[in-house]
Design a protein around this ligand. Structure first.
Ligand SMILES: Cc1ncc(COP(=O)(O)O)c(C=O)c1O
Length: 387
């Protein structure tokens, strides 16, 4: 369903912060829906009234919430497990492989999220050979250059679908094709795409994906997830797991571990129940809004930011074409850090990242007027600092 007649703006009333702030920072933290308060109240009531019996309601959440996410990203039921954050979710998937053997290559890019690069770098201690493909102008990745580095010694290619700094959309299909041709696995980070750029994990054929509900899914922190291709997951033996991944967790058996199948196979210890209860409302709204319609609107609003930046002569650190651009626009402005602070004083919320500049991420609940208000404010602040 498209956004004709501004259908998506009907959801604005469900996000109280929009009454007070020009909120253009959903690439960092999506606005909190009113319904999330209900989810947290539900959690409180369950704990307060039912005590330990609340586990009857809570136990399956790491998989059922995963299923709700899965329906947005083309993942079948029971293929996703909830994880504390993307960094650890990445480590869980990587723990499935033997890094001391001849197929020990990890191929990534320098524009991947740094926290994940920390994990990949640490894998060297386990015998992994890390190849970090450089970016182009800090904005994009040359797909051919990336693909060239994937060979028979590669175990995992780990890239972001949409880069957090520039919002460049990587050519995942081409990477999957090459990786599978040489027997390597592809793990993609869809944190910056799920909920704003349509993605179908099954169609893409990726082996695994990680992401979170914090940003474009308006689900708050503590709600990351790991997808593993169903026909692959049973063949993997993840080491970074715990009792919840055991086929019979309540038998409390010592190793060897008889691992469960599906999403359960990748769980560790007790999950963050309040976080998952908070996530349900945002997921429901994004599902109803529809990611196709969200994307159509996102392209319109990000295009508006780029057009104005061009008219003003501001340098844009985000690809211009619709096919290569995710949900955020990075504008390279002088003193961008203090500019973000000045905008905050005007109740305009954006953020600033080194190498990116000011990042603006309009979502389905934003208006063109809000985007214009932020851009007018930037122009006024720049004029003031130049006078
Ligand atoms: C693409 C991407 N990956 C990972 C992260 C961080 O993940 P986490 O803090 O859940 O480990 C971010 C956060 O901004 C991100 O944009």
């Amino acid at each position: 369903m498209s956004d004709r007649n501004g259908r998506l703006l009907e959801y604005r009333a469900q996000f109280p912060i929009l009454e007070r702030k020009t909120y253009l920072v959903s690439h960092s933290l999506g606005a909190m829906p009113r319904g999330a308060v209900g989810g947290l109240e539900q959690y409180s009531r369950e704990w307060m009234d039912e005590g330990v019996a609340a586990w009857n309601d809570w136990w399956g959440l790491p998989i059922s919430i995963g299923d709700s996410i899965g329906s947005l990203i083309g993942a079948p039921p029971d293929s996703i497990s909830m994880q504390p954050n993307v960094t650890l979710a990445t480590a869980v998937f990587l723990s499935s492989f033997d890094w001391a053997g001849p197929r020990n290559g990890i191929v990534t890019t320098e524009l991947h999220f740094p926290s994940v690069l920390h994990i990949l770098d640490g894998m060297r201690d386990q015998g992994a050979r890390l190849t970090v493909v450089p970016g182009v102008d800090g904005i994009s990745i040359d797909t051919d250059r990336l693909i060239e580095r994937i060979d028979e010694s590669t175990q995992v290619v780990n890239i972001s679908h949409v880069l957090f700094r520039s919002s460049f959309i990587q050519n995942v299909a081409a990477v999957v094709e090459k990786a599978h041709h040489v027997g390597a696995h592809v793990l993609i980070d869809i944190y910056q795409s799920a909920g704003t750029v349509p993605i179908d994990l099954t169609e893409l054929g990726v082996d695994a994906a990680v992401g979170g509900c914090l940003k474009w899914l308006c689900g708050g922190p503590g709600n990351a997830y790991l997808y593993v291709r169903p026909d692959l997951s049973g063949r993997l033996t993840p080491r970074l797991t715990g009792w919840m991944s055991h086929a019979a967790p309540f038998e409390f058996k010592i190793p060897p571990v008889d691992r469960a199948n599906g999403g359960w196979r990748f769980l560790s210890g007790t999950p963050s129940v309040p976080a998952m209860r908070a996530a349900e409302a945002g997921l429901e709204i994004v599902t109803r809004a529809g990611v196709e319609a969200i994307r159509e609107k996102s392209l319109r609003l990000t295009g508006r930011i780029i057009d104005r930046s061009d008219r003003e002569g501001w340098k844009v650190n985000t690809p211009r074409s619709d096919e290569s651009r995710g949900g955020t626009v990075s504008i390279d402005l002088p003193a961008a850090d203090s500019m973000a602070g000045s905008l905050d004083d005007l109740e305009i919320m954006v953020d600033c990242r080194p190498g990116a500049g000011i990042r603006m991420g309009p979502h389905f609940y934003n208006t063109e007027d809000e985007v214009d208000r932020a851009l007018d404010a930037i122009a006024a602040l720049l004029a003031e600092s130049n006078s």
